[in-house]
Write a protein that binds this ligand. Structure first.
Ligand code: SAM
Length: 185
């Protein structure tokens, strides 16, 4: 029996909100898999802003996008995602956070509660009506568990007249990744 594939659910949520020609943000570019997917989704008239604090992540993502001929619709930014409002003022139809550290990379360069909270709040301030913010959490390490708890508290308090917040989690596998989907009405 096939089990739920969280990654394809993640894309399904995003696909329902991303408009061709829209502006989106990848808040954790890593090796650029999500950045490339988002660049395809917005089409040639759309734009993707992508953030990471590691120069290698920016270099790997740039190469991936150049090879796929998607670089012209992307802006890659070497800075912490909490500073997003210094670079982006346009309303966004989607924002993606894939928290944690790069698999196989430097585990000390993991996302942290304080900057994650600031970046998610900034993302919500940029979100247009009918837009979505997706936050994938990896509770298999200590900071990931704490980020999940922090987000649970923070997102539970959002005004339900403005946002619907869902959490998709396999509840009998507590260390498996899960995600929050914040949809703006
Ligand atoms: C799980 S990886 C992202 C994987 C990526 N989405 C992909 O498709 O390959 C998490 C990334 O977040 C980055 N990161 C950590 N703290 C950050 C911060 N404050 N601002 C932006 N990126 C950060 C890490 O350097 C790492 O590359």
């Amino acid at each position: 029996m096939a089990s739920i594939d969280l990654l394809s659910m993640h894309k399904l949520f995003l696909s329902n909100h991303i408009k061709p020609g829209g502006t989106v943000i990848d808040f954790t570019m890593g090796n650029g898999h999500d950045t490339a997917w988002l660049a395809e989704a917005v089409g040639e008239n759309g734009h993707v802003y992508a953030f990471d604090i590691q120069p290698d992540a920016v270099a790997h993502t740039r190469r991936r996008l150049e090879n796929a001929d998607l670089i012209d619709r992307c802006t890659l930014i070497l800075d912490s995602h909490e500073n997003v409002c210094k670079y982006v003022s346009a309303p966004i139809c989607a924002g993606v956070f894939n928290l944690g550290y790069l698999p196989g990379g430097d585990r000390t360069k993991t996302t942290q509660r304080a900057s994650t909270a600031a970046a998610v709040n900034a993302a919500l301030s940029l979100l247009e009506a009918d837009g979505i913010i997706l936050v994938a959490v990896y509770p298999g390490h200590t900071e990931g568990t704490l980020e999940g708890k922090m987000l649970d508290e923070m997102l539970s308090g959002l005004d339900r007249r403005i946002f619907s917040v869902s959490k998709l989690r396999i509840i009998n596998s507590p260390t498996s990744p899960f995600f929050f989907a914040i949809e703006k009405h």
